[in-house]
Ligand binder design. Structure first.
Ligand SMILES: Cc1cc2nc3c(=O)[nH]c(=O)nc-3n(C[C@H](O)[C@H](O)[C@H](O)COP(=O)(O)O)c2cc1C
Length: 438
């Protein structure tokens, strides 16, 4: 059997904290860097490109969480994914500072018409020479709907809208024939209108009558990325996604997920390998185990308990401050991100997890498995997740930036390369080329 090679992505947010609540307090976090300035993003991107990552992946929310005590006070107070600046604004900064690194950008369909979404994504794909992925989300948090002055749509309705949204997007992206642009200066004809089709869509939720305003971009359409994890979300991913981002705390849960997804793909006549399964992972690496463990303890000590509660309340749509901290989360039904909640429920291998523990586990790294150790320890586990858990690659969640990515690139990447598990150079030009390379 040939050695399975892996993909790597860096998971970040255009904000002070990314995902590890407490990160900004770390003595090594952003020393001399400002997250709101281009130099920081250029350095982060160049570090990931030095490590031959497929992409930097930018998460997003549209407003501060308000579920905790019906207020955003704790969200603001403890920098719980707040402040967060608009994600697509940094994409050209990242792609002009790099040549190969892709960018996955999270953009919500909830409050934007597909026409402008397609136009923005096609423009970014042009400007990056074909290195864009779109993380398709539909806004699961009540604060986002409050911010836009709308009643929150429930999960079923969000997915029904999303199906139609995608239909409009495909129509727009496919509407220019490849040879539509003539650019004949002699005749003065730039494009052949017979080959630039007018999109006519009158559906249940969207209406669109126009030509797509952008000429075909290098990838034609961005790489479609998805992280929905409910039953409906998995079907949507199996139908549309080229890559999936999922979080599972152990190899058994990873295997179950991979098998389930492969069944859903097979039902749609899609090959399992055509959709890349990228699992979330947090690493704390050092040259010795003792050093790595000490680093890990220091990171954990920075988590603010109330900020942690505010985060799980935001992501799962329930005010966890009203629960007994010793109640088991297994007994609680959540309306928010189901898949991520399951990552907590199984965080202790099936042993019960209390609300207090859940908040801490989540605030540390969103329920992702945490690998603490030497480069060889970390590579051992990554190999296991790939071979036994079905991972095609890993989304690395930050502990402090840019240091955690620098350390990973300097210490773990060479170890993976020595084992034949990772590329030693980029082979293609677009993000899709790199994802499909192996
Ligand atoms: C690993 C992971 C990362 C996600 N990142 C985001 C994000 O950055 N922004 C967002 O609005 N939703 C995000 N989501 C939410 C989902 O994409 C999805 O919209 C939500 O989970 C509701 O769908 P579901 O009920 O099918 O899970 C994420 C979900 C997962 C599992």
């Amino acid at each position: 059997m040939s050695t399975k090679r892996i993909h790597l992505l860096g998971f970040v947010q255009h904000g002070v904290n990314s995902h590890a609540t407490g990160m900004w307090r770390h003595p090594k976090d952003k020393v001399g860097w400002n997250f709101a300035r281009p130099a920081y993003w250029q350095h982060m991107a160049q570090t990931m490109e030095r490590g031959l990552f497929d992409a930097m992946f930018i998460a997003d929310e549209l407003a501060p969480y308000t579920t905790h005590q019906n207020s955003s006070d704790a969200t603001v107070k403890y920098a719980v994914q707040c402040p967060t600046h608009e994600p697509s604004t940094i994409v050209p900064i990242i792609t002009t500072a790099t040549k190969h690194l892709g960018v996955g950008v999270t953009l919500s369909t909830a409050f934007e018409h597909p026409y402008s979404m397609c136009r923005r994504l096609s423009s970014l794909d042009h400007l990056s020479d074909g290195r864009i992925a779109w993380n398709i989300v539909s806004s699961y948090s009540k604060s986002e709907w409050e911010a836009y002055g709308r009643d929150m749509a429930m999960r079923e309705d969000r997915y029904a809208r999303l199906e139609e949204y995608m239909e409009v997007c495909y129509k727009l992206w496919d509407s220019w024939e490849p040879d539509a642009i003539v650019a004949d200066k002699e005749t003065g004809i730039y494009a052949d209108p017979a080959k630039v089709h007018v999109v006519h869509h009158d559906g249940q939720y969207y209406s669109c009558h126009a030509r797509h305003f952008c000429a075909p971009s290098p990838q034609g359409r961005p790489v479609l990325w998805q992280a929905g994890s409910s039953d409906r979300g998995r079907d949507f991913a199996a139908q549309h996604a080229e890559a999936i981002f999922a979080v599972h705390p152990n190899v058994e849960r990873m295997r179950q997920y991979a098998d389930d997804l492969h069944d859903r793909l097979a039902k749609r006549g899609r090959e399992p390998g055509s959709v890349k399964l990228i699992y979330g992972l947090q690493t704390v690496v050092a040259e010795t185990r003792a050093e790595a463990q000490a680093k890990y303890e220091r990171i954990k000590a920075l988590i603010p308990p109330e900020g942690a509660l505010a985060w799980i309340s935001g992501h799962f749509g329930l005010d966890f401050s009203t629960y007994d901290p010793d109640e088991y989360v297994q007994n609680i039904e959540v309306p928010g991100i189901q898949g991520l909640f399951e990552s907590i429920i199984y965080a202790k291998g099936g042993a019960p997890v209390t609300v207090r523990e859940a908040a801490t586990i989540y605030a540390q790294g969103m329920g992702m498995p945490v690998l603490v150790g030497t480069p060889a320890d970390i590579a051992d586990q990554m190999e296991r997740f790939a071979d036994e858990g079905g991972a095609d690659g890993f989304m690395l969640i930050a502990t402090y930036t840019p240091g955690c990515f620098e350390e990973f690139v300097d210490l773990v990447v060479p170890e993976l390369q020595r084992r034949g598990r990772y590329r030693t150079q980029y082979s293609g030009t677009t993000l899709r080329d790199h994802l499909l390379e192996y």
